[in-house]
Design a protein. Structure first.
Ligand code: PMP
Ligand code: GLN
Length: 383
């Protein structure tokens, strides 16, 4: 996590957003929207600050938000949660993940199975927890894991199978067979499932299936999500962990010493968001699907091989048809060559596995359509 001179190594997102700021390039790297979410939830946050909701909230989060999280999971997935015991509010999904991995692993003999490429915090957090990361590869074009490779990664040393569905960076939505296999392996090896579903409302074609709803999954699954993506409030860092009370309690035991509590005035605002009508949630997915198509068309026209995503903010392409042999070098040169920033997939894999992803690049579609069109026009000049 530190460079040779002892300074923290910036994350790929910090590095690429700084490059965009320095060069004035269009930032299709870090995944954050360039428009605000629903005005009514912004209003609730403003009002909460004006009304003095500015001190420590309760350790598990305000009850109204926990109730809203429970109601939302019941409305969309038929899951019944006790807001007093089964729900914990965290500082984004990131803290829930960190607290869960710290709670559920205990040293270098404990293994965490992850799908690779993976969101960068996974490997860093497993390292902070002192546990061992065991990656299962996802390969183009569909980025579904091979079930035999998944089976051979899970063993009695596995404490946690870490799922991310819909998946960042690939945009894959895992098939039912993959989710079933995860549950069955978790049973066979007495492992827990930690599932990061921050893109739960950004699955484009099929309604999202939380792995916790599969037969036999509930009692060993901790589900993590966040308001950031759903409500375009990535800077508010209101996330949550839900599941059986004993798992949630273990996460709380760690969370209380990481941040104690978080985001008082944003909590009632996210509660309001979670209670918006179904049309809001469907509209969010439809809007992003249209942006995915604009971006995908532009990337294809520019000469990339495009792997169309089934969900998330992101589209992965192969830059080899444009002559790229090293995605990191390609992305570093892209602002100067085309005025666009993107992220090399090699940032999301362990160092020994980079060659398999050497020419793959991730572009974010969560920007205004005119921004995506301008990026597409600039990229067209590449070929
Ligand atoms: N998990 C995944 C897969 C993500 O892409 C992100 C990025 N936002 C996070 C977790 C972090 O979520 P939050 O900002 O709520 O901590
Ligand atoms: N989740 C977003 C992404 O993958 C942003 C993450 C971050 O900035 N840490 O781009």
């Amino acid at each position: 996590l530190l460079s040779d001179d002892g300074a923290p190594i910036p994350t790929i997102f910090a590095e690429m957003s700084a490059l965009a700021a320095d060069t004035g390039a269009i930032n299709l790297g870090q995944g954050f929207p360039d428009e605000d979410g629903p005005e009514e939830i912004l209003q609730v946050a403003r009002r909460a600050i004006a009304d003095g909701v500015n001190q420590y909230p309760p350790g598990r989060g305000i009850l109204d938000l926990r109730q809203a999280i429970a109601d939302h999971q019941h409305r969309f997935y038929g899951i019944s949660l006790d807001p007093e015991r089964d729900v914990l509010v965290t500082a984004g999904a990131t803290e829930a993940l960190a607290a869960a991995l710290l709670a559920f692993t205990d040293g270098p003999d404990d293994e965490v199975v992850v799908f690779e490429p993976y969101y960068d915090a996974y490997a860093a957090t497993v390292a902070l927890a002192g546990a061992r990361l065991v990656p299962v590869p996802l390969r183009a074009p569909d980025f579904q894991p091979d079930l035999d490779e998944l089976r051979s990664a899970v063993s009695d040393r596995t404490r946690v199978i870490l799922v991310n569905d819909p998946h960042n960076p690939t945009g894959a939505v895992f098939s039912r067979d993959v989710l079933d296999e995860v549950v069955s392996l978790a049973h066979r090896h007495d492992a827990l499932i930690v599932t990061d579903e921050v893109y739960e409302h950004l699955a484009f074609d099929t309604p999202h299936t939380p792995i916790a709803t599969l037969p036999g999954a509930w009692e060993r699954t901790l589900t993590i999500s966040s308001g950031g993506k759903t409500f375009s409030t990535t800077g508010w860092k209101i996330g949550w962990a839900t599941g059986p009370a004993d798992l949630v309690d273990a996460v709380l035991a760690v969370k209380q010493f990481l941040t104690y509590v978080n985001g008082a005035p944003f909590q009632p605002a996210i509660a309001t968001g979670l209670r918006l009508p179904d049309a809001f949630f469907h509209g969010t997915a439809d809007t992003l699907k249209a942006k995915r198509d604009v971006l995908g068309t532009g990337l294809h026209a520019a000469g990339f091989e495009v792997f169309e995503p089934a969900g998330t903010y992101f589209t992965v392409v192969d830059a080899a048809p444009l002559g790229a042999t090293d995605a990191a070098a390609f992305c570093r040169s892209l602002p100067e060559r085309a005025g666009v920033v993107a992220i090399p997939l090699t940032a999301f894999v362990t160092s020994g596995h980079r060659s398999a992803y050497a020419t793959l690049v991730r572009f974010a579609a969560c920007k205004r359509t005119e921004v995506l069109e301008e990026a597409a026009a600039r990229l067209a000049a590449l070929s």
